[in-house]
Design a protein around this ligand. Sequence first.
Ligand SMILES: Nc1ncnc2c1ncn2[C@@H]1O[C@H](COP(=O)(O)OP(=O)(O)OP(=O)(O)O)[C@@H](O)[C@H]1O
Ligand SMILES: O=P(O)(O)OC[C@@]1(O)O[C@H](CO)[C@@H](O)[C@@H]1O
Length: 328
Amino acid sequence: MIATLTMNPSMDRTIELDAPLQRGGVQRALSLTSQAAGKGVNVARALASGGLRTLAVLPGDPHDPVVLGLADGNLPHVALPIGQPLRSNLTLAEADGTTTKVNAPGPLLDAGHQRALVEAVLAAADGASWLVLAGSLPPGVAPGFYAGLVAEVRDRLGARAPRIAVDTSGEPLAALFAAGPAGTPDLIKPNAEELAELTGEGTGPELEADHERAGAAALRLVEAGAGAVLATLGSKGAVLASAAGSWHATHDPVTARSTVGAGDSALAGYLLADAAGGGPADCLRQAVAHGSAAVALPGSTIPAPEHTNPRAVTVAALPAPLPTEGKP
Ligand SMILES: Nc1ncnc2c1ncn2[C@@H]1O[C@H](COP(=O)(O)OP(=O)(O)OP(=O)(O)O)[C@@H](O)[C@H]1O
Ligand SMILES: O=P(O)(O)OC[C@@]1(O)O[C@H](CO)[C@@H](O)[C@@H]1O
């Protein structure tokens, strides 16, 4: 069983346009769709499509549209009431595949809500194989929340603690490395921009264009305590770094329809391959197969295994980087 926590779920609203977005103008949309989402929810959805048992933990009142959407989709979940609506995030999808996303801040979660969510996660994670902590933290939640939660799960569950994967950005991501080994996850999934920001190594576009540099930056995070780093590089595939080595994978070109949820799908692909007993190169192959399948689907639609084409993925080991000095 794999448990996910989404501290800041959303109703993802996607507007499809048949012409380029006109800033400042009035445009007629082709369609408007809504999907109950948020990073941990999306990961759980992809894992469930792949046949794994999942439990998605999130804040949300019983009649919130996000929670109703999960119930409608039969996604196993535990939603804890917070007495306020969850957010809506907006995606504007243009005909050429360009997606513009505007994410709302989300509801204010007080200390009581946060403690209730931590206890629900501890119950869900007890004996699970993985716990996935994914997405931004809503207002009221300290940047060190995920780092503290990783340490608390390991401390309270001991030998029954699952491996922990984290996909977040900014201060909550940096805090994972400031908390010492108890707070560093077994797996992190930065994108190129997050990898650049976290390591001080170039910019997102530079790392996407230079996978060896991205692999070396990812390895530095392994040296800093992460069990493995799955760094996704947009259309340039992904790199995986762990103590066992580092690899790069690319996918044959796909026609991009919406990149929303591509990173979540990549993380789910990795976990599905891991659950099937795959080694690092298999996990990376499935990560890229799922990420690339996601971009070919509209809005926040998350791929099932039948949407993926793992044979379109090329995986290669990366040369060991020269020893580095200085920062992690
Ligand atoms: N334009 C694209 N064409 C083909 N594949 C893509 C493209 N963008 C993303 N992918 C696939 O999706 C994976 C994840 O993409 P990306 O690095 O953009 O993640 P992300 O920024 O975390 O995504 P998001 O936050 O939108 O879910 C990539 O590793 C790749 O397999
Ligand atoms: O604001 P966050 O929590 O960083 O990201 C939220 C979000 O953009 O992530 C998912 C795609 O990865 C969407 O379903 C959702 O709208």
